[in-house]
Design a protein around this ligand. Structure first.
Ligand code: ACO
Length: 311
């Protein structure tokens, strides 16, 4: 019965086996994977909007090419993850419909404005840095199509992180105004990026089953900690001060202690009331409507081909 299936399934997970689309799986496993993967795909798609603002304003041709390449990668990641999610029996139309209707969640961090060029450097360095901290362990997650998709995604994402840090290094080696821009952008993005990792473990309803089924290999707090550890020396090297007066290294535990995250702000952004939630969804709806003719043309062409082949 049901319990037998759960036990058999757990034994496969514990043995480190990959679960493939046609394998037997508990309904709750399928559901939570669709939930996480669709939110992840939406995040990749919506994540281009804060950057798009700066493509036409990039300071040099080289920076502009980097920004365009990165945006193209991210759309690709979104489509790749939607396809991996479709192997679980949900359609792309359904997932995209949930995003357009405002029902679906996507990463809170993309609902903040990009006010100047330094924001793009910080999004690459810290935003993509936080994203890969979370995604590298997903290359080893239990669901085969998701794990395999993450390999390519992480390679590209780590390039994004490096280009962001390199742009940051350039700013921090620049004029006093440029240094101030860099610091100001970190001041504005640090806390939204801390929030990317999600609520504390004690307040994270999905962590227990996520870890049990190896959909998550680390908890939200563990990943946040790993991220702070990796980031502090990078910040120090370029003369950036992390805007958290309570950040301090605990010699006994070997961990960084950080100031309290503003969870009211976090939940208000997750629920749609962040500074840019409305703009992001509006931009996405507009792009969807304006691109509809491409889909219609492709469908008309496919129908014609099929009719020709049948004749
Ligand atoms: N922004 C928006 N929603 C969030 C965030 C966030 N930063 N963090 C948590 N939430 C949501 C969860 O989706 C969940 O909502 P739901 O139950 O309605 O689906 C709720 O808050 C409670 O959180 P958790 O129980 O901790 O959820 P979960 O175990 O799924 O952990 C996490 C959240 C860490 C984001 C996980 O889903 C994950 O690892 N996802 C894959 C990676 C990913 O999506 N990254 C997106 C940003 S990176 C990028 O795309 C460039």
């Amino acid at each position: 019965g049901e319990q037998d299936l759960l036990d058999r399934f757990q034994a496969r997970i514990d043995a480190g086996e990959k679960i493939e689309p046609n394998d037997e799986m508990p309904e709750a496993y399928r559901k939570t994977l669709i939930r996480q993967m669709s939110q992840h795909a939406h995040s990749e798609i919506v994540g281009v909007y804060p950057e798009a603002n700066w493509v036409t304003r990039a300071p040099t041709l080289r920076r502009k090419l980097q920004a365009m390449a990165k945006i193209q990668d991210e759309f690709g990641h979104g489509l790749y993850i939607y396809s991996a999610a479709e192997t679980l029996g949900v359609s792309r139309e359904e997932m995209v419909g949930q995003l357009l209707s405002g029902k679906a969640k996507y990463s809170s961090v993309f609902n903040y404005p990009t006010l100047n060029w330094a924001d793009l450097a910080v999004i690459g360095w810290l935003g993509d840095g936080a994203a890969i901290m979370n995604q590298i362990p997903l290359c080893r997650c239990s669901y085969g199509p998701y794990a395999r998709a993450m390999v390519l995604v992480c390679k590209e994402e780590s390039f994004h992180q490096r280009q962001g840090y390199e742009a940051m290094v350039a700013l921090m080696n620049g004029s006093p105004e440029q240094k101030a821009m860099g610091q100001d952008a970190v001041n504005r993005w640090w806390w939204p990026i801390m929030m990317m990792f999600g609520p504390h473990d004690a307040d994270s309803p999905n962590t227990e089953t996520g870890v049990k089924w190896k959909i998550k290999n680390f908890t939200n707090d563990e990943l946040r900690q790993k991220f702070i550890k990796a980031t502090v020396p990078q910040a120090k090297l370029i003369g950036i001060e992390i805007p958290d007066p309570d950040l301090r290294f605990n010699e006994e535990t070997g961990d960084w202690e950080h100031g309290e995250i503003d969870w009211d702000e976090f939940w208000s952004v997750v629920k749609g009331q962040g500074p840019c939630n409305h703009d992001r969804i509006t931009a996405r709806r507009k792009a969807h409507a304006e691109g509809a003719w491409v889909l219609e043309a492709a469908q008309a062409y496919a129908a014609k081909q099929a009719a020709r082949n049948a004749a």
